[in-house]
Design a protein around this ligand. Structure first.
Ligand code: CA
Length: 229
């Protein structure tokens, strides 16, 4: 199984545009959820915890700007990158002026190639392991593109699950993950796995990381879960 791919939420009221986006995002290997309006978007943000939102400015009822403002006002969701789609360049200026906190803007009609490039730029920052980046923490280096892990210059041998687990932890050093959050990330949301399974794989990961006498970098947070460092 590959690294769990980033989930992109598309918020667009026009069906044809929604389908074009879905098709292109899936072709890039992303998982896609779609909303037709702002209310649906807010529900999906809470339920799916997407890695990125492509948000149309012009939506019925709750506008794209309002969705953006709400997502960026909530500490639980404000780190999700938002790329706003807007119809005319003067709207872009207006959106900028409103300081809604969107991470990027693309003017319609947009080039899909350009939109995908901007999307990857955002995800390289927030989900670097899924974008094939090279991550480091202390003396550990994880090369997501080459699918290799090194510690203190030595190559380590990790199973596929341990590799995904380490990728997840290395994307956010210091973050405390619950077992459920790790299961969502490492196994995917649609697969049922007992939370105790995560303990088994954390054990294997620690063993693999400590094989050459290194210290244990994966901290157990009692009553919660795990963190790297
Ligand atoms: Ca629209």
């Amino acid at each position: 199984m590959a690294q769990t791919q980033p989930c992109v939420l598309v918020v667009e009221d026009e069906g044809a545009q929604r389908e074009v986006l879905k098709y292109n995002l899936e072709a890039e290997g992303f998982s896609v959820v779609m909303a037709e309006n702002g209310d649906e978007a807010m529900l999906l943000v809470a339920e799916e915890q997407p890695d990125l939102i492509v948000l149309d400015w012009m939506l019925p009822n709750v506008s794209g700007i309002e969705v953006c403002r709400r997502v960026k006002a909530d500490p639980a969701t404000r780190q999700i990158p938002i790329i706003m789609l807007s119809a005319r360049s003067e709207e872009v200026d207006r959106v900028r002026g409103l300081e809604t906190g969107a991470d990027d803007y693309v003017v319609k009609p947009y080039s899909v190639v350009e939109l995908m490039a901007r999307l990857r730029t955002q995800l390289r920052r927030t989900r670097p392991a899924t974008m094939g980046e090279r991550l480091s923490f202390a003396d550990i280096i994880l090369d997501a593109g080459e699918h290799r892990v090194f510690r203190g210059g030595q190559t380590l041998h990790l199973g596929p699950t341990e590799f995904r687990l380490l990728s997840t932890l290395m994307e956010k050093p210091g973050r405390v993950w619950t077992r459920e959050q790790l299961l969502d990330r490492v196994w995917g949301r649609d697969i049922y796995v007992d939370t105790r399974t995560i303990d088994v794989h954390v054990g294997r990961l620690r063993k693999a990381l400590m094989v050459n006498g290194g210290d244990n970098p994966v901290r157990t947070v009692r009553g919660t879960g795990y963190s790297l460092g």
